[in-house]
Design a protein around this ligand. Sequence first.
Ligand code: CA
Length: 424
Amino acid sequence: MDQANDPNRKSWISVKEDSDFPIQNIPFGIYQYGSNEPVVATRIGDTVIDLSSVAILGYFDGLNITDRGVFRRSYLNDFISLGKPVTNAVRDRIAEIFDETNEEAKNDERLKEKALIPVKDVNMLMPVKVGDYTDFYSSKEHATNVGTMFRDPENALLPNWKHLPVGYHGRSSSIVVSGTPIHRPKGQTKPADSDQPVFGPTKLFDFELEMAFVTGKSTKLGESVSTAQAEDYIFGLVLFNDLSARDMQKWEYVPLGPFLAKSFGSVISPWVVTLEAFEPFRVDGPKQEPEVLPYLQFEGKKSYNINLEVYIKPEDTDEHRVCHSNFKYMYWNMAQQLAHQTVNGCNINVGDMYASGTISGPEPGTYGSMLEITWKGTNPVKLSNGEERKFILDNDTIIMRGHSKNENIRIGFGEVSTKILPAN
Ligand code: CA
């Protein structure tokens, strides 16, 4: 077991009872204080820990980190590139430094002064430089709901769906960090009562509740990653809000899949939680029938029990929960997705991002998009302030949260939040 995962460990940094960031989490992100240079950081409770300062004070000595500036970078890519033996050792060392039994660190005034900053005082930046981005479509419930609405209830899942993790290559340039506002996109749509397309702001603005994993190891062109090797290539996870314009999507997606309806902004949570931190929350995924081809078969528990929620917050009112789902509902797991992505020899790089696809559960309250929650707008959601929503309106803020919890610990992401602004 990773030392950092020890459920009995407590930190000398205070952690609130319901915090997503106990000492067992130790996620990685990039923070900025004022106009200073961006720095690699972790977080315990509501305290951000500057890892560059921790390194300068000598606490990482002996961990074989030859690149001395690796914590003073604008992205995590170079740190992640050190490889899991090093990054997991850093995670374990952080757990030791901030363990309540560590009297030396607890009484080190320089450490407290130079490395610890209240989270409210910092800006969290984009954690990784995303090279390539893939969006999968791996929730059976979501694919069935969308197939039923957009095409044919009798044949909601297309013939390939249970044989391969369907996906498309997305746009990495417009993946942004939580807190970044997004303008309502403009584009072509074709109204039902017209035989010609029209141009204008989308009328059907939606979110998609997703998770994404970040790869931590590269492959050469021609190489493949098996399901057994996949976890070694997955550094960690973020929450992923894949914003979508449904009317644009419906008109443009045949035959090559989503294009401009998805590329105007996707928003991620700022802390990359390592795959290792979720080790206690492994579960079996849904049974796959028919049996999948050998390169997609796997052994062991490859799904994770992570509770997910979506809230809508209209301007000047309280947030309202519109969905609660779980990462464990995914039909295709991350190991299968990565094995499929690389089976043709496509190479991958450190910092690439792979989104799960909308994570819908079996019941209406667990659907991960407004398209499904309101069933194309036919069944509006009533918010706590009395307003109704069929889709997202200008000045609404969309907030997603995610965490795993057992009797001992809670590991989470905090949140990913984005305000929707009127069309430019
Ligand atoms: Ca998506």
